[in-house]
Write a protein of this length. Structure first.
Length: 158
């Protein structure tokens, strides 16, 4: 089944709490099974804890000091950065030009729409005038319609 925390602690001469701490530090939680109040460790976890206790090198939580960067590397990175900046500037100019073209196209479309709306209003006015004339003709008796039609609608041939 495995070995318990107490057994490992007694073999290594440490407390159960130390074993529990090393389980957490080493990330061995998947190698521990619990049965009631007893924790059983598999052979891998027991060996890893024993090795860690024999070689008690505490891992430094602070990263090691970065080695100085060679000038050639810094220069090449600076050159790459300048290339990227120039590409970004070109893209920004292209986007600005595209935005201006789109704005001009939108303004032109709005002007065409305004012209079309004006033409529609003009034609609607003419249509209303013709409808009024036709209603006037329809309201007159049949024997006067010919003369009235000539008077209201004109001689035709338009």
């Amino acid at each position: 089944m495995g070995i318990t925390k107490r057994e490992i602690a007694s073999e290594l001469g440490v407390s159960k709490r130390t074993i529990a701490n090393y389980i957490g530090k080493l990330g061995l939680g998947n190698h521990v099974s619990r049965n009631g109040n007893t924790d059983f460790l598999d052979d891998f976890a027991a060996a890893a804890i024993a090795d860690a206790l024999k070689n008690p090198e505490k891992p430094s939580r602070q990263p090691a000091a970065a080695a100085p960067v060679p000038d050639s590397l810094a220069d090449s990175l600076a050159a790459q950065l300048e290339i990227e900046r120039s590409r970004n500037a070109e893209l920004m100019e292209a986007l600005a030009a595209e935005r201006d073209r789109a704005a001009r196209a939108e303004a032109e479309a709005k002007a065409q729409l305004a012209e079309a709306n004006a033409r529609v209003a003009e034609l609607a006015g003419k249509l209303a005038s013709l409808a009024e004339r036709q209603q006037a003709i329809a309201a007159t008796p049949w024997w006067r319609r010919g003369r009235m039609a000539m008077k209201l609608l004109g001689p035709g041939g338009e």
